[in-house]
Ligand binder design. Structure first.
Ligand code: PMV
Length: 306
């Protein structure tokens, strides 16, 4: 085993199509420049995990690192994993998937192996089951790819990189409400089980917003993309995965002139993405609500492992 070893992966935003993607509909996502690094260093005794964020509050990060190490053929004893994250955790920006992919990359580097993209996507999705039972795999795909792409779940998933007319400037506001993707996904599954026809029709309408948004992005039509985001948000609210905090931020973004705004990720709290003609002004308006605000430009670069 070659130590120290490092792996890095980026966070993500789902631009359109979360939740419906679990049921086989396409979604549109993009990697973020900010991300997470896992460094494996030699130590004595069983695996330990140190983290600069509250990721280490439960056993899941350790579980992910141990499973990632095992997946590349390492016995994870005599290792300390140091996690350094620029991503807010639990906000729907893909910190758990970034951890999975960064841990796989660090493990592969320690094992002196290179994982191909398909292996990263497959193993990343397996590791996501630590966080919720039926992951679509879109989060690890974004963490592994970095670029903007459409995604349809499957073995292997269909991942189609999207060439943007121009990089997309997004304003991301964090609602501050504690949330769990697993709970949101499980709640929606129970509603779907009780009335499949209704929810399948909703998912089809979400899929239509994804198709509209992808076409809009490819031709650089931000008004049409914003309209697709607004339509998607209404459908997510109808599916029961929005939250009062999310609705307040979406309303504040629209009042400040956003072309479109919606939740991103599992919802029920977490982050809102908004598209503004003047992103700096939009960011200030959202900050004035007391939310933590990030700005990101997506779709311009393809991120690679460090
Ligand atoms: O909340 P996040 O960032 O883990 O995003 C989850 C996206 C879902 O579509 C809700 C679930 C999934 O596995 O695709």
């Amino acid at each position: 085993m070659k130590l120290p070893a490092r792996g890095r992966a980026g966070g993500k935003v789902i631009l359109l199509g979360e939740h419906a993607v679990v049921y086989g509909r396409p979604a549109l996502a993009a990697g973020l420049g900010i991300g997470l690094t896992v460094e494996l260093v030699a130590a004595s005794g069983p695996l330990r995990v140190e983290s600069d964020v509250d990721l280490a509050l439960d056993d899941r990060p350790k579980n992910i690192v141990a499973r990632a190490a095992a997946a590349v053929g390492l016995v994870p004893d005599g290792i300390t994993a140091r996690i350094r994250s620029e991503l807010p955790s639990g906000a729907g920006l893909g910190s758990s998937a970034a951890l999975s992919i960064a841990a796989l990359r660090a493990g592969a580097a320690a094992a002196e192996r290179t994982l191909g993209r398909d292996d990263e996507l497959r193993l990343g999705r397996e590791l996501e089951t630590v966080f919720h039972g039926t992951p679509s795999g879109i989060d690890p795909a974004a963490a592994a790819l970095g670029a903007c792409f459409t995604f349809v779940r499957g073995e292997p998933p269909v991942v189609t990189p999207l060439r943007l007319a121009a990089p997309l400037a997004l304003v991301i506001a964090l609602s501050g409400r504690a949330r769990s993707t697993g709970t949101a996904v499980a709640g929606l599954r129970a509603r779907w089980e009780a009335d499949r026809a209704r929810y399948d029709a909703l998912f089809d309408r979400i899929a239509a917003t994804v198709a509209d948004g992808a076409r809009a992005l490819a031709r650089g039509d931000l008004d049409a993309l914003g309209a697709a985001m607004d339509a998607n948000q209404a459908l997510l609210a109808e599916a029961g995965v929005s939250a009062p905090e999310v609705e307040r931020l979406v309303a504040a973004a629209r009042a400040a002139g956003a072309m479109g705004a919606k939740l991103t990720g599992g919802g029920a709290g977490g982050a809102v993405i908004a598209l503004g003609r003047d992103p700096a002004r939009l960011a200030r308006a959202l900050e004035a609500t007391g939310a933590r605000v990030l700005r990101a430009e997506v779709g311009g670069v393809v991120e690679e492992a460090a």
